[in-house]
Write a protein that binds this ligand. Structure first.
Ligand code: PDD
Length: 287
């Protein structure tokens, strides 16, 4: 594969793309990222991702190297150059590459941020067969840092969580803090009791998912009941249904938690309906 990627203002083949060994993203995970999905060659929830990116940068006192309009142009150009119909666009901004390793932030006037974007081609993303069957998760302790609302590239523990899930023969892991589910390793977590959708409220403990915001809005418009509160892993194992949301999975039913089957072990009614609504509505407003 020779994708065309974007590095600091330049489009070039991935084999020619380079960043410095002194880049703080590489040395210190001093960077933020976004993942935006593409359906029918158009961007889903671009405004939401651009807004959260700005927030992550502000929270870390990092300069933004790009305006929202240019960012949109770059996303669209990468979709065009790589002929993406369904897939994702990955964006990463780091605090740049000073000439040496130093814990102290470099002067932004002397060290510009590094910006990288690349595409991930995923034909069949909307029709993912996993959504028909649902996925299985295990629970693991949430030992991440305390600012999970900032979308940083510190993804070692989420990677370890995915590996724990893989070793356990399941698809993903839900993280638990003080007995309550925070979120999935790379997604927000929900349970369903009757017709009520329950998900943890926004705080520094979880990423404020862009898909979460859209799905809750669509659920409300469809007169579904929503409760934003903590739920324990025990409550989750006894729920009628469960699901996750993210830019790469949309709405994905969860049918088993820690080896305990939910309901009859099939995706149920609420999650598949929400998935359909989310994909249909998002396509309509994609840009
Ligand atoms: N992950 N929580 C965590 C910890 C995440 O990493 C993500 C996204 C989400 C869902 O956010 P959104 O709906 O905005 O995608 C929640 C992306 C997809 C990833 O790391 O690949």
């Amino acid at each position: 594969m020779n994708r065309i990627v974007y590095v600091n203002g330049v489009y070039l083949p991935e084999s020619e793309a380079k960043v410095s060994i002194f880049d703080r993203g590489f040395l210190m995970a001093d960077g933020v990222y976004e993942v935006t999905s593409v359906l029918g060659g158009k961007l889903i929830d671009f405004d939401g991702h651009a807004f959260r990116l700005r927030r992550s940068l502000t929270e870390l006192e990092m300069a933004s190297p790009i305006s929202k309009n240019v960012l949109l142009e770059v996303h669209r150009e990468l979709v065009r150059l790589n002929e993406i119909d369904e897939g994702m666009i990955y964006l990463q901004i780091t605090r740049g590459a000073p000439n040496d390793r130093d814990f102290v932030f470099p002067d932004p006037q002397k060290t510009p941020s590094t910006i990288v974007l690349f595409t991930q081609n995923k034909p069949g993303l909307a029709n993912n067969p996993a959504a028909k069957k649902g996925i299985k998760v295990i629970s693991i302790e949430d030992i991440r840092w305390g600012r999970r609302d900032i979308k940083t590239v510190q993804l070692l523990y989420p990677s370890m969580g995915k590996m724990m899930a893989k070793k356990a023969g399941v698809d993903d892991a839900w993280m638990v803090q003080d007995g309550f589910v925070t979120e999935g390793t790379s997604n927000n977590a929900y349970i369903v009791k009757g017709n009520k959708i329950i998900t943890r409220a926004k705080s520094n403990d979880i990423l404020h998912g862009i898909t979460r915001a859209a799905v809750l809005r669509f659920a409300e418009e469809a007169q579904m009941e929503i409760e934003e509160r903590n739920f324990s892993i025990e409550e989750a194992r006894e729920a009628d249904e469960a699901f996750i949301t993210s830019a790469s999975t949309f709405v994905m039913p969860v049918v088993e938690i820690d080896g305990v089957m939910l309901g009859d072990g099939s995706p149920g009614n609420v999650a598949p309906r929400l998935r359909e609504i989310y994909i249909d509505e998002s396509r309509k407003i994609a840009i």
